[in-house]
Design a protein around this ligand. Structure first.
Ligand code: NAD
Length: 411
């Protein structure tokens, strides 16, 4: 098939590559010329395991442009542009721009919105642009996006017309997973409900972690393991830590809460999950302060990991970044190391150090991202106090002082 993909970001690029790998011809559009130039040369624009190989393997099946003119003979066009939450509401500026541009050059293709949008958006856009829209929300996780796209748990397709739904189903037939075919509104809400549920699950275990910190003998990791073996609960997203971040959970939970309020419904559980998550940073600040003699000002703190999760360079909505901002505001001398993620402002401020330097110069280390690289830092962190918010350290030798989140702090 000739498939158009508008928006070659974290989801769009992976979607395009996986579909190219299935033998489709991809017509890729992004308004960022630098991205188009890099991709045309076979250079990935973001970090994701396996992406460079997949790009170079499929570059023959890629045509790229900043203009939707390229889409004139596409059969299916995926719209995968940002849908930020601004002033607590979803902002459709990018989708509107994309659809306006697409409809100038192609009026026949099936338009598939993969961006996360609140229920009713497809209907609104259909009316606005006089086209039928299929909703096909995405559930991949950054860091495992290629595998998740090739082997999702399910495909959700929403729309009003059987033939177009069947056509979109055929695009994803290679995955061999269950397909939910429904209306646009259900498809749109499935995405928000899923994200909000997963975010709530993390906040839930973080609350249990708070309780464990008051109870001699309790350790949230053991409690979570015991809970997670129950298949009704499942172990995923049941890891206590610094809280959830990223480009989706924070914006999507806020958007669905305010969308519900617009419909005179209060989503109390999701609101509580957001509040619990916001408190993670202050609790970690307090923990750090306690271990630094009651003050943060002038104390040297090394942060390991700034991406919102491991195996990505994405720092959007990162709890680590929020923590760093708070620590700097309190006057701590922060140094930062991340194997992949970079932030220009930190580079300008000279915060980046090598992992070794970051550890050596600090009075306290905080592991903020679950990179595998940090699992054996005990070898270079002898005698150091470490807040291991993601519990990544493998062996706890006597030479380091790990400070747990979710267990009684007896030091
Ligand atoms: P992103 O910011 O990484 O990428 C978006 C891309 O779209 C950018 O490259 C941007 O230049 C481009 N773009 C914006 N407007 C455009 C236009 N009018 N024409 C052409 N290109 C345009 O965003 P993302 O993380 O890939 O997210 C895209 C959508 O997918 C969002 O709705 C998001 O909520 C949803 N989503 C994201 C993830 C994730 O893990 N990142 C997972 C599931 C769903």
């Amino acid at each position: 098939m000739k498939i158009g993909v508008v928006g070659l970001g974290h989801v769009g690029l992976v979607t395009a590559l996986v579909l190219a790998d299935q033998g489709n011809m991809i017509l890729g559009i992004d308004k960022d010329k630098k991205k188009i130039d890099m991709l045309s040369k076979g250079r990935p624009t973001l970090y994701e395991p396996g992406i460079e190989d997949l790009l170079n393997k499929n570059i023959k099946r890629f045509r790229l442009s900043i203009s939707c003119e390229l889409l004139s003979d596409a059969e299916v066009i995926f719209i995968i542009v940002p849908t930020p939450t601004i002033n607590k509401s979803i902002d459709l500026t990018y989708i509107n721009e994309a659809l306006e541009e697409v409809s100038r050059f192609n009026k026949k293709a099936i338009i598939v919105v993969k961006s996360t949008v609140v229920p009713g958006t497809a209907k609104l856009l259909s009316e606005r642009f006089g086209i039928k829209i299929v909703s096909n929300p995405e559930f991949t996780r950054e860091g495992t996006a290629i595998e998740d796209t090739k082997h999702p748990d399910r495909i959700v397709i929403g729309g009003t017309d059987k033939n177009t739904l069947d056509m979109v189903e055929s695009v994803w037939a290679f995955t061999g997973v269950p397909v939910i075919k429904t209306n646009n509104e259900n498809a749109e809400l499935i995405k928000y409900a899923s994200n909000a549920f997963l975010a709530t699950k993390i906040s839930f275990i973080n609350e249990i972690a708070n309780l464990c910190e008051k109870l001699p003998g309790c350790d949230v990791d053991v409690v979570a393991e015991g809970m997670g073996l129950d298949h009704r609960i499942a172990a995923y997203f049941l890891k206590a830590g610094l809280g959830w971040g990223g480009s989706c959970f924070p914006k999507d939970t806020i958007a669905i809460v305010s969308f519900a309020r617009d419909h005179k419904e209060k989503l109390s559980i999701i609101e509580a999950a957001i509040k619990v998550n916001q408190e993670r940073i202050e609790r970690t600040m307090e923990l750090a302060k306690r271990h630094l003699g009651g003050k943060l000002k002038g104390r040297r703190i090394g942060i390991l990991g700034i991406s919102f999760k491991n195996d990505t360079d994405d720092v959007r909505g990162s709890q680590s970044v929020k923590l760093i901002e708070r620590l700097v505001k309190e006057g701590a001398e922060v140094s930062v190391y991340d194997p992949v993620a970079k932030l220009e402002t930190y580079e300008k401020q000279g915060l980046y150090k090598s992992q070794e330097e970051c550890i050596k110069r600090s009075d306290l280390i905080i592991i903020a991202t679950e990179w595998r690289d940090f699992s054996d830092i005990d070898k270079i962190a002898k005698g150091k106090k470490i807040i291991d918010t993601r519990r990544v350290i493998n062996s706890v030798s006597n030479d380091i002082v790990p400070i747990g989140i979710g267990r009684l702090d007896e030091s």
